[in-house]
Design a protein around this ligand. Structure first.
Ligand code: HCA
Ligand code: CU
Length: 380
């Protein structure tokens, strides 16, 4: 299966409310993304501000020097000025977007369907004349009349775009529909490759991205931690894990995802919740007695993949859901030997406590001391 990742943390991700990256942070993030092996980096929309312009320039320079290997893209409206800026900065590819649904044509560009095709053809050709590779983005593609979307794709292709991004701009797709849409486009408009840009408004971005890949998309847009407009797009860590699990493709170095996620948490100021898949604090932490007993026998009982794959380790918490297996294991790790009866007594105390969220190791030792009447020293 041929599939790669376009990471858009620096473009879509910076469109998260409150997120701004400095030039240095942009460069560091791009470097980290290239190091883990993303195929493409959408480094920003250079016409937006001088610091984004400068950031992309620095990233392009690292690309020239061989420090970054991913293809570097600049985002661009379908206006000549934006294309000129992208060309000036010498990105590898310009990504030109145009809202093609009737809603966008009426409310934003105030163009007719026919005129929009002319604009798209003209701007794509203009970019090609400037020596740029072109991805054309059909913005709001998923609310666009299908016959018209086919015309749009053909127009962009014939004008010289070799990639087309199908943007689910407001996140309304669901998987079966996504797969159908991509299969149809691949058949009706061959000769270009397709990207899926899936927003997460209905919580299905990752599922839609997988379905698009099944339908023939060869690039999935993602951002680290799922950043992006409103509720964001496909999180890089989740799609990478899903592609590995389902299709055995490693689109990035999986064991580096956690550090990249932390880097972007730090620079974006947006922390992921503990129950976030793959890189969240609890992604590999177990709780219920039955679960912990299971993983202590064979971790596959409650883990879809080993945490080590992602540079993480497994853990479990002790509270009133805990069973004897977990408790025994925890005390063994602490270097404390309790017999069955003592373990039972500790467990009774844990279960009869009310409202205690966690029992830390010190709490457990304290309870064990009460039960045994001995002073227990944990293994150093
Ligand atoms: C935007 C629009 C976009 C473009 C996606 C793409 C969308 O915010 O400028 O270029 O593939 O969601 O439609 O992010
Ligand atoms: Cu978007």
């Amino acid at each position: 299966m041929k599939v790669g990742i376009l990471d858009s943390t620096l473009r879509e991700g910076e469109q998260t409310p409150g997120v701004v990256f400095t030039i240095e942070q942009r460069v560091e993030i791009a470097k980290a993304l290239s190091d883990i092996g993303v195929s493409m980096i959408e480094a920003g929309h250079p016409a937006v501000s001088p610091d984004i312009y400068e950031g992309i320039k620095r990233i392009v320079k690292l690309k020239r020097e061989g420090e970054i290997t991913s293809e570097i893209l600049g985002h661009s409206r379908a206006v000549k000025r934006d294309v000129e800026v992208a060309s000036e900065i010498e990105v590898d590819r310009v990504a030109i977007f145009y809202g093609v649904s009737d809603i966008h044509l009426k409310a934003k560009t105030k163009t007719t369907r026919e005129d929009a095709l002319n604009v798209i053809a003209e701007v794509v050709r203009y970019a090609r004349e400037h020596g740029l590779k072109v991805r054309f983005t059909a913005e709001d593609a998923t609310r666009t009349d299908l016959d018209y979307l086919v015309k749009v794709a053909k127009t962009a292709r014939d004008a010289g775009a070799d990639r087309i991004s199908i943007a689910d701009t407001v996140g309304i797709l669901y998987p079966t529909k996504t797969r159908e849409l991509f299969s149809y486009l691949v058949k009706e408009v061959p000769g270009v490759e397709y990207d899926i840009h899936a927003h997460n408004d209905l919580g299905m971005a990752v599922a839609n991205a997988l379905a698009a890949v099944e339908g023939g998309a060869t690039i999935v847009h993602a951002t680290v931690n799922g950043l992006g407009e409103r509720v964001g797009i496909v999180p890089l860590q989740i799609i990478a894990a899903a592609l590995k699990y389902h299709f055995n493709v490693e689109v990035v170095k999986l064991d580096k995802l956690t550090s990249v996620s932390s880097l972007v948490e730090k620079y974006s100021g947006i922390s992921i919740p503990p129950n976030f898949p793959i890189t969240g604090d609890y992604a590999f932490v177990h709780k219920a007695g039955v679960h912990v007993a299971g993983i202590l026998n064979d971790p596959r009982t409650y883990e879809f993949m080993a945490p080590e794959t992602f540079g993480r380790s497994r853990d479990y918490v002790i509270d009133k859901y805990t069973g004897k297996h977990a408790l025994k294991d925890r005390f063994e790790r602490l270097g404390v030997k309790l017999d069955d009866r003592e373990l039972e007594q500790v467990l009774v105390k844990i279960k009869s406590s009310q409202g205690t969220r966690y029992f830390r190791d010190v709490d457990l030792l304290e309870i064990a001391e009460e039960v045994t009447g001995k002073v227990l020293k944990p293994r150093p």
